[in-house]
Ligand binder design. Structure first.
Ligand code: GLU
Length: 484
């Protein structure tokens, strides 16, 4: 039998980390088992659902590379079918009309709280009514909800993550399936849709576990084949509480904006609640499909660790072919106002720069921060680096940089020649190469971290490099160092 899965987000918010992980696990399993993934937008809460959220969810899935085989279907389109299911349960005697007044309902609730058990008073009142009475109240225009008659006994299923799971039915409320305003409730709509779509495995978050026995009972009452269930554990924030907006960005779109790569996000999400069973951490999407299995989904919650996401992103960034990064980098450089058409900038080879920086950056944003000094001639000298590299001996440093400037004036501008001449000069001056290269790095980039110094010189070109060295010499001789 073909495995049929579904992802069923409610468009009442953006695609958040938990939803994205559910989507990803469904996708991974569908790919792995050559199953079918159905996308169903659960838009029955008309007030809180919006087109904007639907679009954001679709976009987030597309960005993550989570594709679906059927849909998107909209739950609201199944309204008539949902109602028909409620009516048929009524006709089968598996549901009843609840004419309770608000006062009665409040009293029932109070009694249940006080006694700590389901008293099923609404059911008693319904059963005590004759057919004539029911007909008379309907004729009189009294409204009623339809409640499911939860049978005695217990409801058990073999959860693919948690194993044998069971609920005593006496703990389950006779849930409303059709509200008095004629709208179906969540559990009824889901059951009707899952059956209609031939879903064989419901894979979703732990927060739905308490709905599962209700849904199983509804499927059984309707004579549907009951799907299997798998509940993936919650995602927690670093403080051990359920991940929420309090912990910072939880919408997948925010990570896209921060320059996280979709491959890294998928990798990270997969490891939130699943483990390959060995110490591998970096997975391509194909690698995930190959390694994924429901057996290795963890039973306990996992903690969302942003540093880990950044670390994984750095590793994916380093492995991404430079050609794929050129477009996004160019676009973001322009957004930052750094690609200005200045003739100086044409000397910077973007592919070379990206090659050098992608292995040093954790995110695309970080890569851009590191790229700034190659596109902007005013440098913000890092005060810490100035203190360390320039402030101890400004005159001596100025002398050394000046000598370097002179030696480099006629050198062919390639890494080998630059290295030969500068190392030769350090030897001649009887100083360690670092003593020359670190102050030079600061002069060229404004910071103490950059790719290899000869690569930096080549990137900037002769003219700009020598200009920056000269500027550094002037600053060093001026007596006022930019240390604040
Ligand atoms: N629409 C529900 C939600 O977003 C999911 C329902 C389900 O997976 O059964 O939480």
């Amino acid at each position: 039998m073909t495995l049929r899965l579904r992802f069923a987000p409610s468009p009442t918010g953006y695609l958040h980390v938990g939803g994205a992980r559910t989507a990803l696990f469904n996708w991974l399993l569908a790919k792995k088992e050559r199953g079918v993934l159905v996308l169903r937008i659960e838009d029955t809460d008309r007030e809180r659902s919006s087109e904007e959220h639907t679009q954001a969810i679709l976009h987030g899935m597309e960005w993550l590379g989570v594709t679906w085989d059927e849909g998107p279907f909209f739950q609201s389109q199944g309204l008539e079918r949902h109602k028909a299911a409620a009516i048929s349960l009524l006709e089968l005697g598996q549901a009843y009309r609840d004419f309770s007044t608000p006062e009665e309902a409040a009293r029932d609730r109070k009694e249940e709280v006080e006694t700590g058990r389901r008293t099923r008073r609404a059911r008693e009142r319904a059963d005590a009514m004759s057919q004539e009475e029911v007909a008379a109240r309907i004729d009189a225009g009294d409204t009623f909800a339809i409640r499911f008659r939860v049978p005695d006994g217990e409801t058990a299923w073999k959860d693919s993550v948690h194993g044998e799971s069971r609920f005593r039915n006496e703990e389950i409320d006779d849930l409303v399936i059709l509200r008095s305003n004629g709208t179906p409730t969540y559990n009824l709509a889901v059951v009707s849709d899952d059956a209609e779509m031939g879903i064989t495995l419901v894979l979703r978050g732990d927060d739905h576990i308490s709905n599962t026995p209700k849904q199983i009972l509804l499927h059984e009452a309707l004579g549907n084949p009951v799907p299997s269930f798998a509940h993936v554990p919650l995602i927690l924030g670093p403080d051990g509480k359920r991940l929420s907006k309090r912990h910072g960005a939880t919408a997948v779109g925010d990570y896209e904006k921060e320059g996280i790569l979709p491959e890294a996000m998928s990798n990270f999400l997969a490891l939130l609640g699943w483990s390959p069973g060995d110490d591998r951490e970096v997975f391509s999407r194909e690698g995930l499909v190959e390694a994924f299995s429901l057996e290795r989904v963890l039973k306990k919650s996992s903690v969302f660790d942003f540093k880990k996401l950044q670390g994984l992103n750095g590793q994916h960034l380093a492995q991404t072919p430079t050609e794929e990064l050129l477009e996004p980098v160019k676009r973001r450089l322009s957004e930052r106002g750094l690609l200005t058409g200045d003739p100086h900038q044409t000397a910077v080879s973007l592919p070379f720069l990206v090659d050098l920086l992608k292995v040093r950056a954790r995110t695309v944003e970080d890569l851009l921060d590191q790229a700034e000094p190659y596109f902007r001639d005013e440098l913000d000298y890092d005060p810490k680096a100035v203190k360390k590299q320039w402030s101890k001996d400004p005159e001596g440093t100025a002398d050394r940089l000046e000598r370097l400037q002179e030696s480099l004036a006629d050198v062919p501008w390639d890494q080998e020649s630059l290295e030969e001449v500068s190392r030769g000069l350090a030897e001649e001056m009887e100083i360690g190469a670092g003593k020359l290269f670190q102050p030079l790095r600061l002069a060229l980039t404004g910071s103490s971290a950059s790719p290899g110094i000869f690569d930096v010189l080549v990137l900037l070109g002769r003219e700009r490099s020598l200009e920056r060295v000269e500027r550094a010499v002037n600053i060093l001789r001026s007596g006022t160092l930019p240390m604040e």
